[in-house]
Design a protein around this ligand. Structure first.
Ligand SMILES: C[S@@+](CC[C@H](N)C(=O)[O-])C[C@H]1O[C@@H](n2cnc3c(N)ncnc32)[C@H](O)[C@@H]1O
Length: 187
């Protein structure tokens, strides 16, 4: 069975999909520095990675893509800029195949595309579905760390009940909202 990949590389479009640009803004506004982040969905633009270098206490990001062109773009970027390479690591993978034993604990986790891509027939090999992915990433968030969701996602109507359920169960608590981003803290 073939891996479920993402067919078309995603260029930067802050009108259709402003989540990564809003993430860069929120990190600045909240003065989040020297932290480790997990980021679901790089795009071919790698805006989040490109924004990392800063003079003091830069953040470090582990991001995932399921598109070859996006991954190739990452290689081009880090071959040209070792400062970005030090801070920004991208994994080509199907996020639904991740597991806790190969992930560190993060201070900040984005799940902007929760519920957009999982299809039971395409992911029958995968150990995770969206609910299990959410549980895994909560588990891999440090207590007091932040989880960010994108309310403008085409699948947010499906993601919202999953998020509300874990909030109701006391695993995360709503912190604030910034533009289209809902920010929760791990309890
Ligand atoms: C709609 S694009 C958005 C990219 C970027 N976050 C933005 O808003 O510009 C979705 C992203 O999710 C990634 N993606 C889709 N399915 C994935 C999967 N199963 N595992 C890992 N990444 C995946 C794609 O490679 C792509 O980078």
């Amino acid at each position: 069975m073939k891996l479920a990949t993402y067919r078309q590389a995603w260029p930067l479009d802050t009108v259709i999909c402003p989540c990564d640009a809003e993430l860069v803004e929120v990190l600045e506004i909240m003065e989040i520095r020297g932290k480790t982040l997990f980021h679901f969905g790089t795009g071919s633009h790698h805006l989040v990675g490109r924004s990392l270098p800063r003079p003091t206490s830069p953040n470090k990001v582990l991001a995932v893509t399921a598109n070859r062109e996006e991954y190739d773009a990452y290689i081009d970027i880090v071959m040209e800029d070792a400062e970005i390479a030090k801070l920004y690591k991208v994994m080509f993978c199907d996020i639904y195949t991740l597991s806790g034993d190969i992930l560190p604990v993060f201070d900040f986790v984005t799940l902007f595309h929760l519920c957009e891509f999982y299809r039971p027939e395409r992911h029958s090999y995968a150990p995770l579905d969206d609910e299990a992915l959410l549980a895994l990433m909560i588990e891999r968030t440090a207590p007091g760390g932040i989880l960010a969701f994108y309310t403008g996602s085409c699948a947010f109507s499906r993601a919202r009940p999953l998020i509300e359920d874990v909030a109701r169960r006391g695993l995360i608590r709503k912190l604030s909202q910034y533009k289209h981003l809902d920010l929760y803290t791990k309890v």
